[in-house]
Structure formats: C-alpha cells, structure tokens
Design a protein around this ligand. Structure first.
Ligand SMILES: Cc1cc2nc3c(=O)[nH]c(=O)nc-3n(C[C@H](O)[C@H](O)[C@H](O)COP(=O)(O)OP(=O)(O)OC[C@H]3O[C@@H](n4cnc5c(N)ncnc54)[C@H](O)[C@@H]3O)c2cc1C
Length: 162
C-alpha cells in the first residue's frame, strides 16, 4: 500500500529541503526523496567546500599585505582537512536529522514519477494528495569530445584530496 503525503519532494538539496520545511510549516505533510546525500550539491560539492577551499588563500593573501605580519603561508593538508570538515566528511546524518526535525519523512533512493502524483523509491510507493515537487538540481555537462580526457567538474575540484 502507498504511503500518502500532501507533498512529495524529489531531491533534498537546498531547494527541496526548503520546500519540505515550508510545506510542513503551512500545515501539510511532506516526504523527501534523495538518491545521494541530503543537503545536495551545495553542502558537499559546491557552496560549502568551495568557500572552505578559497578562504585560506584569501586569508594568507590579506595577511601578507599587512605591514608587520610576515610569513603567512598555505599548508595544503590543513586546507583540505578544513574543507573535509565543512563538507561534513560527505556524510549527511545531520541533514537527515534536520529534515526529520522539520517534520518531513525521509526516503533514501532514486525517486521516479510512476503515475499521477505518484513516486516510486526503492520498494516504497508514495502518493501525493497535492503535488510532487521535482527539485533534482543540475549536473555539470561535459561536451562529448572532452569526456575522454576526464576533465574536472566542480565535483572533482571541490572534493580533490591532493
Ligand atoms: C562550485 C559551486 C559553488 C557554488 N557556491 C554557491 C554559493 O556560495 N552560494 C550559493 O547560493 N550557491 C552556490 N552554488 C549554487 C548551489 O550549489 C546551487 O544553486 C544549489 O545547490 C541548487 O540547489 P538545488 O536543491 O536546486 O539542487 P541540488 O543541490 O543539485 O540538489 C538536488 C538533489 O536532488 C537529488 N536528486 C537528483 N535526482 C534525484 C532523484 N531522481 N531522486 C532523488 N533525488 C534526486 C540530488 O542527489 C541532489 O541531492 C554553487 C555551485 C557550484 C557548482
């Protein structure tokens, strides 16, 4: 039998998380389906790790422009360790907890629209009384001629370990 919610959100990135929270705050029930990590691109391969990587270089540059401050330099292992912490070591327990505290049910797996206001995820069949929200974000597009040289997208750049 299907689990029934007012709103089903596919994708637990910043968009999906906020849709679910606002739906619940407005008195509706909500389920969120996520195939990878709750928090989405922003938390693990975009906003958070990119800023964590950029900040030390900016701080060193600023320090070296202050008269009397000498010798500020980057230590790569420290920069990467700080980035890992900002990306929560690519674990989403905290974000899943946030969603649950926001009042939404969480389903792990690839969501597929299987009918009118119906979503399949793993073995579960979800139905929406009101709406299915598709908040699946985007991915970098690698033009076919470049695919063979395995270029870095923002994912590889923000999660590099050396
Ligand atoms: C390098 C970089 C730096 C950035 N820095 C900033 C910044 O500083 N500030 C800022 O505001 N924005 C920044 N952005 C933009 C920000 O990352 C995006 O705007 C934001 O992640 C979009 O959120 P979203 O929820 O729409 O999509 P996403 O974050 O992509 O989330 C979509 C989610 O849907 C899931 N999903 C996809 N298909 C399915 C499916 N079938 N079933 C279940 N789940 C599915 C995905 O796994 C993903 O978790 C940056 C982007 C990049 C690339």
């Amino acid at each position: 039998m299907a689990d029934v919610y007012d709103v089903i959100v596919i994708g637990a990135g910043p968009t999906g998380e906020n849709v679910a929270k606002r739906a619940v705050r407005g008195g509706l029930t909500a389920a969120v389906v996520e195939s990878e990590l709750a928090g989405g691109e922003c938390s693990y391969w975009a906003c958070m790790p990119s800023k964590a990587l950029l900040r030390p270089a900016a701080a060193v540059s600023e320090a070296n422009h202050v008269k009397g401050a000498v010798g500020a330099r980057l230590e790569v292992s420290g920069v990467l360790a700080r980035r890992d912490k900002f990306a929560h070591y690519w674990k989403d327990d905290g974000q899943v907890e946030w969603l649950k505290n926001a009042g939404a049910d969480f389903f792990r797996g690839a969501g597929r629209i299987s009918g009118e206001r119906a979503v399949k995820v793993a073995d579960a069949e979800l139905r929406a009384r009101q709406a299915v929200v598709v908040a699946v974000g985007t991915r970098a597009v690698v033009p076919p001629p470049l695919a063979g040289v395995k270029p870095w997208t923002s994912r590889e750049a923000t999660s590099a370990h050396e």
